[in-house]
Design a protein. Structure first.
Lengths: 320, 529
């Protein structure tokens, strides 16, 4: 009798173990198969471009930009290359929250050693649920939960790693649409400060610490946006940056203000910049970063030859 | 956590409840379910929990008051030698007053929360018609989760006690659990007190078979909702949102896909609800019985949202049609229209009440009222035409039981259902009528022949996945229609086969589910009703 019970329990335990192992094995295989193998935006996968900062075959990165749609709409690495000659990359995605930014940062810093890491500040204010970090953990370790929708492509296109996985635009998403913003007086003076949620502060602290531990200088940058930015937000970030001893550049006001024409430089009434606005921001920021952080000019360096080729392509296709 | 389809629900909430239920002593297990149900309600609706508390306390108290009247009446009847009729009549009057108070209170809460905006707008429109600029402003407010469902359950409990088909429960906790049981609170099924309370409070232990069957049913429901319904939304949403941009062919296709989306969403959520309940060995009634195999509109409503249909039949149709005024109407109608069509007049009054309530129950909007009237007219017309159709078929030599005729009937019913659901989904009655007009006057297959259909939300592989998933659903439906217990048969299979099915379902959901950055998360569709 006792033996029978013991056998039954052993049977249940073995079944549970087998089910777990088979499921885990299937998730591992599908995760491997679903990982993006090339530049994401060209492939139509929303988020994958953020992961693809390892596409630079020659030479290393000097600057890394992290953030949400504000970042990929405003920072053009090829424009900056044309202006100052440093190599950069944008690892931004729509609605990116700081737990995801931290994941991406760790992913990139295992293969690259940028001198400067720019954190766009809109995502610093984006709140996330307590579930986000655990969901993030799941997606980080079982990528099929994030990239499952690529099943449409994997069998026909990129099950094997693509031979040309270099991301031509380096994470920048150009947009030519112009929808003017009426609210141009969005940075009125006030001493009020918007509070950054505590859990966001914790993640920012983790990111800053991780950058420093890997020899990169973290910088907070606020891109121009009449919808997302304000003086209270500026004050909140300025205080936080001061407390963390991190540099802060606000392109909306003060001496670093970029001369954005809100009639022509925004694609959605002041929320995001369009190509014209991004060009202005990228040029100004390129000069500022290269001067302040003494970034090298690689334009005569043959190991960065692809950058020149891509800049020509960029100027042709983007219409410069 | 926003619904059963949240990660937090399945990763944290449900495992915690199952563990607590498993380790609790048998007598306390229903308390675990009650605490979990109120926690679930609180997480989803916060302080609006006071409304379900008010409903619970009111029906509990009023049911006890009804019970007291019944006991008093019986006691008086036992001791009386004459005047029994008067005793019964007097008790009936008092019981009717208690019942009316309970129904008014509970339905009043529902109307106040759900329909006050609709009536406010209607009143403003009325003032406008007479040249008055008076506007009734109703501030926006949230609805407690499942109010449309638990209100009907509360009313049915009171009526059943009044009818003496159930005894009033002396435990407030049990009544509270009956009304709030978390797997059914969002979208039903709309249970009766004597259908579920016994198994809810029995504290049956967790067992392997129920756990497995419940899990597979949950996975099947997830697959229907996340693979099919949520994916189809990518096509349905833009077409219904910008219907003026599409021709009649695309509009008709959208009506079909929306019907499939609604079915997979609602029946999928029901499978999840029934699966969760099954884990606790609680038996909830089925809400769907292969509705697309129906041969008439009337039969369709006996197979679709069954618990709402039976509720309306038991608590609206019969009381209205058996009421004294309706009986008088039937008597007079018989004299005028004869024995065949006379009774139809009285039943049409009851049917009208059913379909007005059915339409308005779904929402406070003209399209819902139209939806109810649409089925009222069709079902009434069906009843009137049926004898004529039978005679015509006889004369023409058409065998009405033959497979081709039955197929024709099913196809005809499907068209009726697709059109009805199109009005139901449209952004208002005007939009529904415009879409219908486009189907009739501007029908074209251009979008299909040119391939443009693949640029509206869904591409070729999307349609392939939807077709394969629907083929699976169809196969299960055919087996059920033939009387086979698919889940029961699966439970009888060997360990490898059983778990292979569960793992395959899980992997299909993970890979082909419409979730993540590329999709808009969609809450269970019937939860908003």
């Amino acid at each position: 009798m006792r033996n029978q019970k013991l056998r039954a329990r052993l049977g249940v335990a073995l079944t549970a173990l087998a089910v777990f192992l088979v499921t885990a094995g299937l998730l591992a295989v599908t995760s491997w198969a679903s990982l993006p193998k090339a530049d994401a935006h060209e492939e139509g996968t929303v988020d994958a471009t953020a992961h693809d900062a390892t596409g630079e075959k020659n030479g290393g990165l000097d600057v890394l930009f992290i953030g949400d749609s504000e970042a990929y709409s405003a920072f053009s690495p090829l424009e900056m290359w044309g202006e100052s000659g440093f190599a950069s990359r944008v690892i931004a995605s729509h609605g990116q929250r700081l737990p995801y930014s931290y994941t991406l940062l760790r992913e990139v810093l295992t293969t690259s050693s940028p001198r400067v890491v720019v954190i766009e500040t809109n995502s610093v204010y984006s709140s996330f649920s307590t579930l986000d970090p655990s969901l993030r953990f799941l997606q980080d370790h079982v990528p099929v939960f994030e990239y499952h929708d690529r099943w449409k492509r994997i069998l026909t296109h990129d099950l094997p790693k693509s031979s040309d996985s270099r991301a031509y635009l380096r994470g920048f998403v150009p947009n030519r649409v112009a929808k003017p913003s009426r609210n141009t007086d969005y940075m009125t003076h006030t001493r009020k400060a918007s509070v950054v949620p505590r859990e966001n502060q914790e993640y920012l602290r983790l990111m800053v610490g991780y950058c420093r531990a890997h020899g990169a200088t973290p910088v907070l940058v606020s891109t121009p946006s009449t919808v997302n930015w304000s003086t209270p937000r500026h004050n909140g970030i300025a205080r936080l940056a001061h407390g963390m001893h991190v540099g802060y550049i606000d392109l909306n006001r003060g001496r670093h203000k970029v001369d954005i024409d809100w009639r022509t430089d925004t694609r959605d009434r002041g929320d995001h910049l369009n190509l014209s606005g991004a060009t202005k921001v990228s040029r100004e920021l390129a000069l500022l970063l290269s001067r302040r952080y003494r970034l090298p000019d690689h334009r005569d360096d043959p190991t960065y030859a692809t950058w020149e080729e891509d800049l020509d392509l960029y100027r042709t296709t983007v219409g410069k | 956590m926003t619904s059963y389809f949240s990660i937090l629900f399945f990763a944290v909430f449900l495992p915690l409840v199952v563990t607590a239920y498993g380790i609790a002593p048998r007598k306390a297990r229903w308390v675990v379910l009650l605490v979990a149900s109120y926690a679930f309600f609180w997480i989803l609706s916060g302080r609006l929990i006071v409304f379900i508390l008010a409903s619970t306390v009111s029906v509990y108290g009023l049911a006890l008051a009804l019970d007291a009247q019944i006991r008093q009446r019986d006691k008086r009847l036992a001791g009386a030698t004459s005047g029994k009729r008067a005793i019964r009549a007097s008790a009936k009057r008092r019981m009717r007053a208690i019942l009316t108070a309970g129904v008014l209170l509970n339905v009043g809460m529902l109307v106040a929360l759900k329909y006050v905006k609709f009536f406010g707008e209607a009143l403003s429109g009325l003032f406008g018609l007479f040249g008055h600029g008076f506007v009734v402003n109703v501030p926006p407010h949230d609805l407690p989760i499942g109010i449309s469902f638990y209100t009907l359950m509360a009313v049915s409990y009171l009526v059943d006690v009044y009818r003496e088909s159930v005894r009033a429960d002396r435990s407030l906790g049990r009544v509270a659990l009956y009304l709030s049981f978390f797997p059914q609170i969002m979208e039903g099924p709309i249970c009766r007190y004597n259908q579920t309370t016994e198994s809810l409070t029995a504290g049956e232990p967790l067992d392997r078979r129920s756990m497995y069957a419940g899990t597979v049913r949950i996975l099947y429901g997830f697959a229907k909702k996340i693979i099919v319904a949520d994916r189809l939304n990518a096509f349905v949403r833009p077409v219904f949102g910008g219907h003026y941009l599409f021709d009649g062919g695309v509009t008709a296709f959208a009506a079909i896909l929306y019907t499939l989306q609604l079915y997979c969403d609602f029946s999928g959520t029901m499978d999840v609800a029934l699966g969760i309940a099954q884990i606790f060995n609680v038996r909830l009634p089925r809400n769907f019985r292969q509705p697309f195999f129906s041969r008439t509109a009337s039969e369709f409503w006996k197979r679709w949202h069954i618990t709402l249909g039976t509720w309306l039949k038991d608590y609206v149709y019969y009381p209205v049609s058996l009421s004294a005024p309706c009986k008088r109407l039937t008597k007079r109608a018989r004299k005028v229209f004869g024995n065949r069509y006379g009774p139809l007049l009285a039943s049409s009054v009851a049917l009208l009440c059913v379909w007005v309530i059915n339409g308005l129950w779904h929402g406070a909007g003209s399209q819902y009222l139209f939806f109810g009237m649409y089925y009222f007219v069709l079902i009434m017309a069906g009843g009137l035409i049926e004898p004529i159709a039978a005679q015509a078929a006889l004369r023409l030599g058409i065998n009405r039981t033959s497979a081709p005729y039955r197929t024709f009937q099913t196809a005809r019913t499907l068209v009726i259902v697709f059109v009805g659901e199109m009005f139901f989904r449209a952004d208002g009655l005007a939009a529904g009528l415009a879409m219908f007009r486009r189907i009739v006057t501007d029908f074209s297959l251009r979008a299909f022949t040119s391939g443009a259909i693949f640029s509206v939300g869904l591409d070729g592989p999307d349609y392939l996945v939807v077709c394969l998933a629907l083929a699976g659903v169809l196969a299960v439906s055919i087996a059920r229609e033939r009387g086979r217990d698919v889940l029961g048969a699966l439970c009888e299979r060997g360990t490898v086969a059983r778990w292979a099915v569960a793992i395959a379902l899980f992997m299909a959901i993970v890979i082909f589910g419409a979730y993540g950055a590329s999709y808009i998360p969609i809450a269970p569709m019937y939860a908003k009703f």
